[in-house]
Design a protein. Structure first.
Length: 266
């Protein structure tokens, strides 16, 4: 599949349309179900899933899809895919349930185990991040024109470190203790990747479980903007290589010249 600005724009439209379907539910008294892994599920997750699935099927009928809300595809099938859409219809369901506005719609195109196109839309914030290789990374606020974004060099004396609203762990606390000084930035969902991509933060360490659909779209945006997402050994995070859809622990950062692994607990 050729990466073009037209394709990126079309995927942006699909993400925004799905996001609009979540808002009436968000502003209502909605029910919350619990999935088998104890994570929450709302009608907004399902509405966004159905919207994205139908639109991508019409746009690229020959490209398979893997979505959090349709993840029962065995690895024997998935392993044959060289190109596929990886979707989190509503990332940050806990943020959605708590109504703190920091949930996102996430669509990524993965080619040869790497996310090469990503769209992240925050419906309540009316902010859209998008990126594709060879095209660029962008941030669009409301109906304004998209603006190119890029990562920035870190203030090594006091890096801005993204800390999850919902997933603070003892391992993260141990890492932060190894930093001489830092500015904590609390944020939920895949917004963390996007904030680094547009220069608003420096470092997002994740030393707990995530699924591949949680990270792929934000990973693409950050990588195109000049940053990286790596495992704890410094290798780029990869997708669809095993039967598990869980990521290894990872570090996401904007300044690729800084030694972020130096902060890892021994």
């Amino acid at each position: 599949m050729e990466l073009t600005r037209e394709l990126l724009d079309q995927v942006c439209e699909i993400a925004v349309a799905a996001g609009q379907k979540t808002l009436p539910i968000y502003y209502s008294d909605f029910d919350v179900e619990t999935k088998s892994d104890d994570s929450p599920l709302t009608q907004a997750d399902l509405a966004a899933h159905r919207s994205i699935q139908a639109a991508l099927s019409a746009l690229t009928p020959d490209t398979p899809q893997l979505s959090e809300e349709g993840a029962d595809i065995d690895f024997d099938t998935r392993s044959q895919w060289s190109t596929y859409w990886l979707i989190d219809p509503l990332d940050g369901t806990k943020e959605f349930v708590n109504k703190n506005d920091q949930f996102t719609i996430n669509i990524a195109l993965v080619v040869d185990h790497e996310p090469v196109l990503g769209v992240v839309y925050a419906p309540v914030l009316e902010t859209l991040w998008s990126a594709a290789r060879e095209i660029g990374a962008f941030r669009q606020q409301g109906h304004n024109e998209p603006q190119r974004i890029s990562t920035v060099g870190v203030n090594a004396g006091k890096p801005r470190v993204l800390v999850s609203r919902s997933h603070r762990t003892a391992a993260i606390d141990a890492l932060l203790e190894r930093m001489p000084d830092f500015e904590p930035v609390t944020m939920g969902s895949s917004l963390k990747f996007c904030v680094i991509a547009d220069g608003g933060a420096d470092f997002y360490p994740r030393l707990g479980p995530t699924s591949e659909w949680d990270t792929a779209a934000g990973h693409a945006v950050l990588a195109v903007a000049g940053g990286q997402v790596t495992d704890l050994d410094g290798r780029p995070l990869r997708y669809n290589e095993t039967d598990s859809v869980l990521n290894t622990h990872f570090l996401a950062f904007g300044d690729t010249a800084h030694d972020w692994r130096a902060y890892l607990p021994e």
